[in-house]
Design a protein around this ligand. Structure first.
Ligand code: ZN
Ligand code: ZN
Ligand code: ZN
Length: 446
């Protein structure tokens, strides 16, 4: 095993070679090249900078393209390190007794999961329902034609179920049974704040989400609604748990910082910021309208609140700032991007899993009728189509034997992509250059 942190000498000579071969490249691009040449190295752009001589061209062509918003806030690699921490409300021992959380002392890596004992191929390590359910826009037609449960995303048996349970207040949501209905109310999926039959002010937001296929906004709205409902009803314990999970545990980064890394950012900055501002306003109107700016919505929202509980205390300055500021909105959006599992939303334990291009776990959505045997075939068929799909409950299954102390990994990207494609995608969507064994090996083959 080579040490993943290069010595000053190693870094210096790599920097010199890079500078000789690319005399006019800016430091960020040179750094990207370094990460491609040495995927196994753990090194920050800041440290790399110390060893690089400036480019030979004096005028910069890539920045200042557009004044508004593109303020040159390109934090390099340091800027893309997500904030993350432990989640005290998660009882891992009861969900998955054979694994534990580990904080890695590697820059930018954060937490992960490791095995406490040997895990055999095909073994079911744990199953988990989403903490915040979100649905892919492909499923919207099924949901709006009342063919699918809004909470667990199971298709109702055909022909149309006489027994599905509709929301009592609106025509938007249907559920398998009372259990799914009460989960949806309890969690953010369809709680009072996001039920148009109860809170009229959420209508514009919900139709925006459907029209724009804005699943990430759906996630943000559901997180805030989940917190706000507990908070307003006076359930301090659960409001506190949501708060800790969101702002203290799940990996998070401002969407603006993340997109600021994109090469085309200077050209799209203005329109992206405008889009985010508009969406942010829709969220405010639905979940915290201001009396000064939007008195009509304010009145209507507070009428709705008064049906829930008498004398709900107004949000404190800190609460306003933490949950409803524009910066917080961008952080929540970034959190969704880093943690959302495409088949179901945000999962409290699954979101601890780190990426590897040859993972030792696979994640499946099995049908509701499936009951766990002790083991499953190592390679189940790929995720089902909507017509034969499972629920949003995840089953985490061992793909390759895992020994005690090994880290458990999944793949965030399609494993059939080439090394270059995978690495670019991971960098753009998750903010890191993959340095897994497969990337190192395939890098040497080239
Ligand atoms: Zn259901
Ligand atoms: Zn409803
Ligand atoms: Zn990799």
């Amino acid at each position: 095993m080579t040490n993943p942190t290069p010595t000053d000498d190693e870094l210096k000579s790599a920097a010199q070679i890079l500078r000789q071969t690319h005399p006019s490249l800016g430091i960020s691009k040179l750094f990207a090249q370094l990460k491609t040449d040495h995927p196994e190295w753990v090194v920050s752009e800041k440290r790399f900078k110390k060893f690089v001589t400036p480019s030979t061209t004096t005028t910069s062509t890539s920045t200042d393209g557009n004044g508004s918003g593109a303020d040159g806030d390109k934090g390099g690699d340091d800027g893309l390190i997500a904030k993350t921490g432990l989640d005290p409300s998660l009882d891992i021992g009861s969900i998955a007794p054979k694994i534990k959380v580990k904080m890695f002392n590697v820059q930018g890596k954060g937490k992960g999961l490791v095995a406490k004992e040997k895990l055999q191929v095909g073994e079911l390590v744990w199953q988990e329902e989403p903490w915040i359910a979100t649905n892919d826009s492909d499923l919207t037609p099924y949901l709006s034609s009342r063919e699918m449960c809004s909470q667990c995303l199971t298709l109702f048996p055909q022909p149309n179920p006489p027994l599905s349970v509709p929301c009592k207040h609106c025509a938007e949501s249907h559920f398998c049974n009372r259990r799914c209905y009460s989960k949806a109310t309890e969690q953010g999926t369809h709680n009072d704040y996001l039920c148009p039959g109860q809170n009229r002010e959420c209508k514009a937001l919900l139709s925006f989400i459907n029209q724009k296929k804005a699943r990430d906004i759906q996630g943000v709205a559901r997180i805030i609604a989940l917190w706000r409902r507990y908070r307003d009803l006076g359930d301090e314990k659960r409001a506190g748990e949501v708060e800790k999970r969101v702002w203290g545990s799940m990996a998070r980064i401002s969407q603006r910082t993340k997109e600021g890394e994109r090469r085309e950012w200077p050209y799209i900055a203005e329109s992206r910021l405008e889009e985010w501002r508009l969406t942010h306003l829709l969220i405010l109107r639905a979940l915290n309208p201001s009396n000064d700016e939007d008195p009509e919505s304010y009145k209507s929202f507070h009428r709705f609140l008064s049906t829930k509980k008498k004398n709900i205390p107004p949000l404190s300055k800190e609460e306003e700032e933490r949950w409803f500021s524009f910066d917080s909105f961008l952080e929540l959006l970034g959190l969704i991007g880093l943690n959302q599992e495409s088949s179901g939303g945000l999962y409290a334990l699954h979101c601890h899993l780190n990426h590897c291009c040859e993972p030792n776990l696979q994640v499946r959505n099995l049908p509701k009728t499936w009951s766990p045997p002790t083991s499953l075939p190592a390679d189940l068929p790929p995720p089902m189509t909507a017509a034969s799909r499972g629920t949003n409950k995840l089953s985490i299954i061992v793909k390759k034997t895992i020994h005690p102390g090994d880290e458990l990994t999944i793949s965030y990207v399609d494993q059939r992509l080439s090394r270059e494609e995978r690495r670019v995608k991971l960098r753009e969507q998750y903010g890191f250059w993959c340095g897994c064994n497969r990337c190192v090996r395939e890098g040497k083959e080239d």
